[in-house]
Design a protein around this ligand. Structure first.
Ligand code: NAD
Length: 486
């Protein structure tokens, strides 16, 4: 056998490369973080937080009841004048310290994020945790320069911010919310999502280690009932919500006429548009990152793939081939590309929408791969022959499922991309700068990426149009929702 033959006959596989959870310092049970201390819930309950990849409990967590919510708001209110009275420079030092402590505990936080939420360690280690630290660094820098970030206007904090985050980026969303609020002199009550409370509780420990004054940050795990009680409670000056459009609308209705400031970061059905003059191999990598990053549990996922007809077959062929090489499985394995679906409920939602896609006549292809026996999993899936009215082209699937449509002209691409009730993000793949700018300015999307996708940076504003919400997070624009301008 020649060397050449030997080479082609060898089937290479990856050896398991699990990240060890041994260094993780999780407690068996967590209380509510109020006034700088972990305390038992007064009228809340305790529930286990379940790992979606093993279905085993990771730790037990207290869920806050209405009395706990009132107590947390009282603590935040009592601490707010003192926090606002500190100079911006001093507040910035605290935020800087939080950022450094996140970096020091980065490995542990990444493992906890993957155990609790199911995302691959590669992502929690390289994206979620470093970006969370970067947000605290960024807003530490703004704390003593607020008027520079607000077009020279003097600003006063709003007061107490109620902040509710979803389960897809638990630590990162907490950082997006807390860092600008604190920089501006507000205090906060943060409610993490019911399925992923643990990294926010580690962040609470970090607030203790950073000697943040008691009451500046409270962390109240809980479910929708806790969130509903929080936004309706007296003593809140600001609500910042990231989550589904349905709950966002409910909160907006509850706050109408109360004078409470509100920002909503909601769902999306973002278009990723590939023109025939794009670097196609690069585009395929961007498509993969756009929809399979974090199992597609991404508000701005490029879930509607629009390909110019002349290159559609080539792109779909390359994409399908690339999808076959994605590694699905243990989130703690460093080779894993696609981890576990966050909950049994979310898996059901994905399965129902995928079934609807088949019933409505789209062509489904799902990668054949071995899935672990325990846990919740969904293999990467592509739908072609999708019509714009199909549910899979309209509704947010929030899973590793991409719906492909084609277009012939630039005008048609823009029309199809904008044919959505959402307006969160979009991607454009083209070699022509002028085309990219022209298309970007015509797209109704808060963020438009050119020749890349899912790139996040603390200096850049992020937020939506239409049913994707309003208000911006990130960069100097992210200060505005947390201040009253004089
Ligand atoms: P969700 O709306 O069900 O829950 C989000 C948070 O709201 C959770 O903490 C939940 O406990 C809480 N909540 C639930 N019901 C509530 C109520 N009635 N009142 C107050 N709070 C309530 O959303 P989800 O399923 O956790 O997250 C997925 C959604 O979040 C997707 O639609 C996704 O697009 C969106 N999202 C948006 C962004 C963005 O920046 N635009 C970022 C991440 C996720």
């Amino acid at each position: 056998m020649s060397t050449q033959e030997t080479r082609t006959r060898i089937v290479w596989d990856y050896a398991p490369a699990p990240e060890s959870p041994d260094h993780v310092r999780l407690r068996d049970s967590y209380g509510l973080f109020v006034n700088g201390e972990f305390a038992d819930p007064k009228d809340g309950t305790r529930v286990p937080s379940i790992s979606p990849s093993t279905e085993e409990p990771v730790a037990e967590v207290a869920f806050a009841g209405p009395e706990d919510v009132r107590g947390a708001i009282a603590a935040a209110r009592a601490a707010q004048p003192g926090w606002a009275a500190l100079s911006g420079l001093e507040r910035g030092k605290y935020l800087f310290r939080v950022a450094r402590l996140i970096q020091e505990r980065a490995r542990e936080m990444a493992v906890v994020e993957s155990m609790d939420g199911g995302k691959p360690i590669r992502e929690s280690r390289d994206v979620d945790v470093p970006l969370a630290a970067a947000h605290f660094f960024h807003y530490a820098g703004w704390a003593d320069k607020l008027s520079y970030g607000l077009a020279g206007r003097e600003a006063a904090p709003l007061g107490v911010a109620a902040q509710i985050v979803p389960w897809n980026f638990p630590l990162l969303m907490a950082a997006w919310k807390l860092a600008p609020a604190l920089a501006c002199g507000n205090t906060a009550v943060l409610k993490p999502a019911e399925t992923t409370p643990l990294s926010a509780l580690l962040l609470a420990e970090i607030c203790q280690e950073a000697e943040l004054p008691p009451g500046v940050v409270q962390v109240l795990p809980g479910d929708g009932a806790t969130g509903a009680a929080l936004v309706r409670a007296d003593g809140i000056d600001k609500v910042a919500f990231t989550g589904s459009t349905a709950v966002g609308k409910d909160i907006q209705a509850a706050l109408a006429g109360t004078g409470t400031s509100l920002t909503l970061e909601l769902g999306g059905k973002s278009a990723n548009v590939v023109f025939e003059d794009a670097a196609l191999d690069q585009a395929v990598e961007g498509i993969v990152n756009g929809i399979f990053f974090n199992q597609g549990h991404v508000c701005c996922a490029g879930s509607r793939l629009l390909i110019q007809e002349s290159v559609a077959d080539v792109v779909i062929g390359k994409l399908w081939e690339r999808m076959g090489r994605l590694r699905v499985g243990d989130p703690l394995d460093k080779n894993t590309d696609v981890g576990a679906i966050n909950s049994a409920e979310q898996l059901e939602r994905i399965e129902a929408l995928v079934a609807a896609g088949e019933e409505e006549g789209a062509l489904r292809r799902t990668v054949a791969c071995e899935l672990p026996e325990r846990g919740w999993w969904f293999a990467p899936t592509i739908f072609t022959e999708v019509a714009p009215a199909h549910r899979i082209a309209v509704e947010e699937i929030f899973g590793p499922v991409v719906s492909v449509m084609t277009f012939r002209t630039q005008a048609e691409a823009i029309e199809k991309a904008n044919n959505s009730t959402y307006g969160l993000a979009a991607g454009i793949w083209t070699d022509k700068g002028s085309k990219a700018f022209e298309v970007a300015s015509a797209l109704e999307a808060g963020v438009v990426w050119q020749n890349t996708y899912n790139k996040f940076d603390p200096t850049a504003a992020f937020g939506g149009y239409k049913e994707s919400g309003f208000g911006r997070e990130g960069g100097p624009a992210g200060l505005r929702p947390y201040v009253r301008l004089s």
